[in-house]
Design a protein around this ligand. Structure first.
Ligand code: 5AD
Ligand code: SF4
Length: 436
């Protein structure tokens, strides 16, 4: 075999891209590539991109610009663009940036090794009928205790601001047996917690024994996998929280009491303009039902401020929704017009108004996050150790409620679930001590 070649991957955007990058690294591994964190020593650079907001998209082009001197010094260097910008812009990327050798869309990753072996510019943004993951190599190496696992891709919801239905296509769910097999394999390699991923993951309807399975049923089957201690899932749409899934929050102990459930806005007028197909009251009702099933569930959400037509009153309604729900954490974004989406046709809200609203919303969200963390002080929680901390005798991991926790524990091991007592709360994490 020839000398090992080096692959550098930069991942932008969501957890789905993190999962895809891992699978691409493994696919290239079968072709003799090992990962490097030093871009200068790479034989191939792969940028796994995000198209969700304009800023995320533009980052790709500035990063490509920065790669030019490296490519000039090393003409054999292969540069690949993967992910949603690749899907959306295809060959246009090479026209704008001729240094790009490969453009590969999210549904064509199993063909990446072949594209990398070929000479001349390569573009593959096809949507094949088969499951791309079936054509990616088995994952063998031991790994950390948490893993992402994509179970569903694409979205049929067509929120008026969002490019996902165009870039990732229609909803497709992976069959149950593949997911179970991959989970057992991950557990045998050290994984204790899986986060099931999908752009609309609670819309999951994969083929299983006896027909179509819902996400609730899939979670119940995963809970039977020996050694799998924790299950999470994201991202969900409020309209797809069915009774069985909500019930699972109450009766599957492995399903963690934390749910990312984006609402985007608290104004019915804006929700309608966003084509969300639910009202703020619908959202409150879903939250109530989940809390009835599992009272300590912590929620997080995504919000968009400055959606076309958003008035001060609409924004006030969003603040009011945040106050009423009380989120553990949330992400908020300034609306970004995406070409090809219906909302992009409408006149935007003034930039400084949107900026001001974003700041105000973020301050409220942060206040809730801090208060939520403070409320944990003095309590006993369970932490899954992910890695040793920076201080000697310290382990770092996540609580059931997804709080980052630093634990004083000189004998703790990665992959262990430990009972700890929370001593203090700082900006983004809790500190704790192990209870024997
Ligand atoms: N502008 C701003 N934010 C957006 N999101 C999706 N599309 C846009 C857009 N055009 C946000 C939504 C979504 C999160 C992943 O990104 O809040 O839930
Ligand atoms: Fe985009 Fe999520 Fe709406 Fe689907 S449900 S269109 S992914 S924001």
């Amino acid at each position: 075999m020839s000398d090992a070649k080096k692959l550098f991957i930069k991942t932008y955007g969501c957890q789905m891209n993190v999962y895809d990058s891992e699978r691409m690294a493994e696919a290239m591994g079968a072709d003799g590539y090992t990962l490097t964190e030093v871009v200068e020593e790479a034989d191939m650079v792969l940028l796994n991109t995000c198209h969700i907001r304009e800023k995320a998209s533009e980052k790709l082009f500035s990063d490509l610009g920065r790669l030019r001197p490296l490519k000039d010094a090393k003409p054999d260097l292969k540069i690949g663009v993967a992910g949603c910008v690749a899907q959306a812009e295809g060959a246009e990327i090479q026209r704008r940036m001729p240094l790009v050798d490969i453009v590969v869309g999210p549904q064509a990753y199993h063909r990446l090794p072949a594209l990398a072996r070929a000479t001349g510019p390569q573009v593959d943004t096809e949507f094949p009928a088969e499951d791309k993951f079936d054509h990616l190599p088995e994952r063998k190496a031991l790994r950390g205790p948490t893993a992402f696992l994509t179970v569903q891709e694409g979205c049929d919801k067509f929120c008026a601001f969002c490019v996902v239905p165009y870039t990732r296509g229609a909803e497709v769910s992976r069959p149950v047996d593949r997911i179970l097999r991959e989970t057992r394999d991950l557990v045998s390699r050290g994984v204790r917690e899986v986060t099931l991923l999908g752009q609309n993951v609670n819309g999951y309807h994969g083929m299983g024994e006896g027909g179509d399975w819902t996400l609730g049923r899939l979670i119940r089957a995963l809970a039977e996998v020996d050694g799998l201690e924790r299950i999470r899932y994201m991202t969900s749409h409020p309209n797809d929280m069915d009774d069985d899934l909500i019930a699972a929050h109450g009766d599957v102990p492995q399903l963690m009491p934390y749910l990312h459930l984006p609402v985007q806005s608290g104004s019915d007028r804006i929700l309608k303009a966003m084509n969300r197909k639910h009202t703020r009251d619908d959202y409150f009702r879903v939250i109530e039902r989940i809390r009835a099933a599992r009272p300590d569930t912590l929620f997080s959400s995504d919000f968009i401020v400055g959606f076309p037509g958003e008035t001060d009153a609409d924004f006030e309604a969003t603040l009011d929704l945040v106050r009423r729900v009380g989120f553990g954490q949330s992400y908020s974004f300034k609306y970004s017009a995406r070409p090809g989406t219906p909302a992009a046709e409408k006149p935007p809200v003034e930039a400084d108004v949107a900026d001001r609203r974003l700041q105000e919303l973020q301050a409220l969200i942060l206040e809730q996050q801090r208060a939520g963390q403070e409320a944990m002080v003095g309590r006993e929680v369970t932490v899954l150790y992910e890695k040793p901390g920076r201080q000697p005798g310290q382990m770092v991991g996540k609580s059931d409620h997804l709080h980052a926790v630093h634990v004083n524990d000189a004998t703790g091991k990665v992959g262990e679930l430990a009972r700890v007592r929370v001593l203090a709360s700082s900006a983004n994490s809790l500190s704790a001590v192990r209870i024997s």
